[in-house]
Design a protein around this ligand. Structure first.
Ligand SMILES: Cc1cc2nc3c(=O)[nH]c(=O)nc-3n(C[C@H](O)[C@H](O)[C@H](O)COP(=O)(O)OP(=O)(O)OC[C@H]3O[C@@H](n4cnc5c(N)ncnc54)[C@H](O)[C@@H]3O)c2cc1C
Ligand code: FES
Length: 381
């Protein structure tokens, strides 16, 4: 299932080196490896990748230069991106491709760095229970390893100049896009003058990612910080917002956190027509949950692999569980990193229940991360 052309140069080298090989290698070793690799059908670009994986024109990658523990379950990964990295606006995210147990998996992570003289970028990952990529990155990422990258995307960014009065509502790892905004705002030559309230929830004080930095900003008078530790304070109730932030109606709100919090904020702010920008890390699935009857066999016509897709599992997940190497990104219908042509059959959008049907030969483009099989499907992949 996993072809050598899909492996990173590091994975290629690791595969040929064996686990006990020393990390540093001489030019002669590298040339030997290239010569050995020449007996397999490596393309010239593969050879170039072994010498200069960050060069312009190569697939976009990043070399890990540091892994910094933030809390017991989270870490910041600092990356030197390839020469084609086009920069980002604070608050945006990027797709990251990671080889886990020989399979390349793609996830999305918000960019957390402020301006850096070394032009490195960073993401901050919180390991979630049973999470394949997040645990791999937090516990096994090491300096020197390479990750595949996409360019920065997303519209969860501050206006320029930002609104005079901001309310930032974050919870858990939802602080990540917001710390990027704050770091960039506070390090401008001409500091941004904004009245900022940051309302952050985490399980406990020690679980607050970037806790020391946020408290320092508060002590320096750069923002008003309201920390909720849900182990003692309970979950944030949006009905309490007027009490916590008396001038709420004058503020533009940016929020990132769990689905329940964001849904509640949308309802609360929508009713009062208050300006709200949200970033979701997960999509709310409303349709077909548990509808086992409506699934079907999904055939990937190029590889000939078939998997059984039930009516409530995204085709992306079903395919990956069946060992199919799939393109993907955010896994929640935002980035279009997972689109593939549906040659024939029907799929159901798990967000709203809408059916998409393709007659033979149609090749309708579908997002596999938010569509489940609704009968037998033939996908061009
Ligand atoms: C735009 C965007 C930006 C993001 N930025 C960040 C970031 O800066 N830092 C960060 O740590 N994560 C971020 N995420 C979430 C990240 O992309 C992954 O979803 C997360 O790391 C889990 O991946 P995994 O492979 O470990 O879990 P998986 O192996 O895919 O899933 C394991 C289990 O956890 C559940 N699950 C999946 N995702 C989540 C989630 N986000 N919360 C709770 N349960 C989940 C799954 O349903 C499954 O049961 C972002 C997501 C998006 C869409
Ligand atoms: S993976 Fe992003 S839209 Fe499907």
């Amino acid at each position: 299932m996993h072809h050598s052309r899909d492996m990173t140069p590091v994975a290629l080298m690791r595969a040929s080196q064996g686990p006990g090989a020393p990390r540093s290698r001489s030019l002669r070793d590298r040339l030997m490896r290239v010569a050995e690799a020449a007996v397999t059908p490596l393309m010239p670009s593969d050879v170039l990748d072994m010498f200069d994986p960050l060069r312009s024109g190569a697939d976009l990658r990043g070399r890990i230069v540091a892994v910094v523990a933030e809390t017991a379950d989270s870490a910041t990964i600092v990356l030197k991106p390839g020469k084609d990295w086009a920069g980002h606006k604070p608050g945006q995210y990027l797709r990251v491709g990671v080889d886990v147990d020989g399979v390349r998996l793609w996830r999305t992570y918000s960019l957390t760095h402020g301006p850096r003289a070394d032009r490195c970028i960073s993401i901050t990952v919180k390991a979630i229970p049973d999470g394949k990529v997040s645990n791999h990155l937090v516990r096994h990422a090491r300096a020197g390893q390479m990750l595949q990258l996409g360019q920065a995307e997303g519209d969860f960014v501050l206006s320029d100049p930002p609104a005079d009065k901001l309310l930032l509502v974050t919870a858990g790892s939802g602080i990540t896009p917001v710390i990027g905004m704050l770091r960039n705002m506070f390090s401008r030559a001409v500091p941004v003058v904004a009245d900022i309230v940051l309302l952050h929830s985490a399980l406990s004080r020690s679980e607050v990612i970037f806790g020391d930095e946020l408290r320092r900003y508060a002590a320096e008078g750069k923002l008003r910080l309201v920390e909720l530790h849900t182990d003692v304070d309970g979950m944030l109730d949006v009905a309490d917002l007027d009490t916590i932030v008396p001038d709420l109606a004058e503020r533009t709100t940016y929020a990132c956190g769990p689905v329940g919090l964001l849904d509640a904020l949308e309802g609360h702010h929508g009713e009062r027509e208050l300006p709200l920008h949200i970033e979701r890390f997960r999509t709310a699935v409303v349709a077909a949950a548990g509808d086992e009857q409506s699934g079907g066999t999904v055939t990937f016509s190029r590889t000939g692999i078939t998997v059984e897709g039930d009516g409530s599992t995204p085709i992306l997940d079903a395919a990956e569980s069946g060992g199919v190497l799939m393109p993907s990104g955010c896994r929640m219908g935002v980035c279009f990193g997972c689109v593939l042509p549906l040659r024939e059959g029907a799929v159901r959008d798990l967000r709203n229940g809408e059916l998409t049907v393709a007659a033979p030969g149609d090749g309708v483009i579908i997002q596999t991360c938010i569509n489940a099989a609704a009968g037998a499907c033939d996908i061009d992949h």
